[in-house]
Write a protein that binds this ligand. Structure first.
Ligand code: UT7
Length: 329
C-alpha cells in the first residue's frame, strides 16, 4: 500500500452565528393562519423561529455571524482572502451580498461572491471553499450561510409560512498541511448533486428575468419530503465510501434542519445513533442555507463538538440540490 502523502486541508479555524432578536412561536402563527401548535410540532418538530426586524437584511445577519467567527478564531478581516456567502434571499439582485459583507468588514482585498443552492447552500459553499483552499490559490475563507426567508414567504399560506425562519452562521476555513490521512483535521470529502427536473416542487414564483418581482416561496411539501431522505442518505453513503468510514465513526451528525422527521428517518436509515444528532429545528425552524452553520455553532458553544471530532453535514433543497461533507473538526 502507498504511504499517505502530505496534502493541504481546509481546517475549521472559527465559528459564529447570529439570530434576529424577535422570536415567534407557533401560538402566534396560529393567530395569523389556520394552524395549531400541535400540527406544527407533530409534522415538523418546529416550536419557534426568529424573524428579522424591519430593515434588518441578510448582509447584516451575515456580517454579525462573520464577526463572531473572526473573534472565535482570533483573526481579523485582514486575515481572510475569500468570502463565499450562500443565500437564496440576497439584499439585492446585485451586487452579491458577499460583497456587502466584505465592505462591512472593512475588507478591500481578496474576493467575495454569493452561491445559490437554496437549503443546500452551506454544503455547496464549504465544498467550493475547500476546492479554492486545497488548490493553494487562497489561504483563509469565510464561509457563510445567511437568510431572511421571512421576506419571501406568503404569510397567508399555512403550508409554508410556519416552516421557515431567519438567521446566519459562518465558519472560517484555513488551508493547513495535513498528513493525507483520515486523522487530518479539515474537510475530508464533499459530494454535491443537483437535478433541475424537480424545479416545480420547491421554487420562488418571481425573479428579475421572469416577473420582475421578488416572488413568494411555493412548495409541494409532501413531494419534497418523499425525495429528501433518499437523496441525503445517498450523498452521505458517497462520503462514507470515499473515506472508508461508516456511521459508527461519526461523532456528530449535523443535518439541514428542515423537518425533524426527515432528520430522524435519514439517521435511522444509515444507523446513526440518535444521541449523535444535532437538532436545532425546534428553535430555529428551517433557515435554509443558515441552518447547518447555526446548528454547528450551537453544538460548538455548548461543548458537544470538540476539536478532532468527525462531523457529517448534509442538506437538500430547491432545484433539487443536495450534498454532504465530512469534516474532522
Ligand atoms: O429545506 C428544503 C426542503 N424542504 C423540506 O424538507 C420540507 C419537506 N416537507 C415537509 O417537511 C412536510 O411535507 C410538511 C411539514 C411541509 C408537511 O407535512 P406532511 O405530513 O407532508 O403534511 P401534508 O402536506 O401531507 O398535509 C397534511 C394535511 C393537509 O390537509 P388534508 O389535505 O389532509 O386535509 C394540509 O392541508 O395538513 C394540512 N396542513 C396544515 N394543517 C395545519 C398543511 N399545512 C398545515 C398547517 N397547519 N400549517
Amino acid at each position: 500500500m502507498n504511504a499517505p502523502q502530505k496534502r493541504l486541508r481546509s481546517v475549521v479555524a472559527g465559528i459564529g452565528s447570529y439570530l434576529p432578536e424577535r422570536c415567534v412561536d407557533n401560538v402566534e402563527l396560529a393567530r395569523m393562519v389556520d394552524t395549531s401548535d400541535d400540527w406544527i410540532v407533530q409534522r415538523t418538530g418546529i416550536r419557534t423561529r426568529h424573524i428579522a426586524a424591519e430593515g434588518e437584511t441578510t448582509s447584516m445577519l451575515a456580517t454579525k455571524a462573520a464577526e463572531q467567527a473572526l473573534a472565535n478564531a482570533g483573526l481579523t478581516a485582514a486575515d481572510i482572502d475569500l468570502i463565499i456567502l450562500a443565500t437564496a434571499t440576497p439584499d439585492y439582485t446585485f451586487p452579491a451580498t458577499a460583497t456587502l459583507v466584505q465592505a462591512a468588514l472593512g475588507m478591500t482585498h481578496g474576493v467575495a461572491f454569493d452561491l445559490q443552492a437554496v437549503c443546500s447552500g452551506f454544503v455547496f459553499a464549504v465544498s467550493t471553499a475547500d476546492k479554492f483552499l486545497i488548490s493553494g490559490s487562497h489561504k483563509r475563507a469565510l464561509v457563510i450561510g445567511a437568510e431572511t426567508f421571512s421576506r419571501i414567504l406568503d404569510w397567508k399560506d399555512r403550508t409554508t409560512c410556519v416552516l421557515f425562519g431567519d438567521g446566519a452562521g459562518a465558519i472560517i476555513l484555513e488551508a493547513q498541511e495535513g498528513e493525507g490521512t483520515l486523522a487530518d483535521r479539515g474537510v475530508l470529502t464533499s459530494h454535491l448533486r443537483s437535478d433541475g427536473r424537480h424545479r416545480e416542487k420547491l421554487f420562488v414564483d418571481g425573479g428579475p428575468s421572469t416577473t420582475q418581482t421578488v416572488g413568494h416561496l411555493r412548495m409541494a411539501g409532501r413531494e419534497v419530503f418523499r425525495h429528501a431522505v433518499g437523496m441525503v442518505t445517498d450523498v452521505m453513503i458517497d462520503a462514507f465510501a470515499a473515506t472508508g468510514t461508516s456511521a459508527e465513526d461519526l461523532d456528530w451528525f449535523v443535518p439541514h434542519q428542515a423537518n425533524e422527521r426527515i432528520i430522524d428517518a435519514s439517521a435511522e436509515k444509515l444507523g446513526i445513533a440518535a444521541q449523535k444528532i444535532v437538532k436545532t429545528v425546534s428553535m430555529h425552524g428551517n433557515t435554509s442555507a443558515a441552518s447547518i452553520p447555526l446548528a454547528l455553532a450551537a453544538a460548538c458553544a455548548d461543548g458537544r463538538i470538540q476539536k478532532g471530532h468527525l462531523v457529517m453535514i448534509e442538506a437538500m433543497g430547491g432545484g433539487f440540490t443536495w450534498g454532504s461533507a465530512l469534516i474532522r473538526w
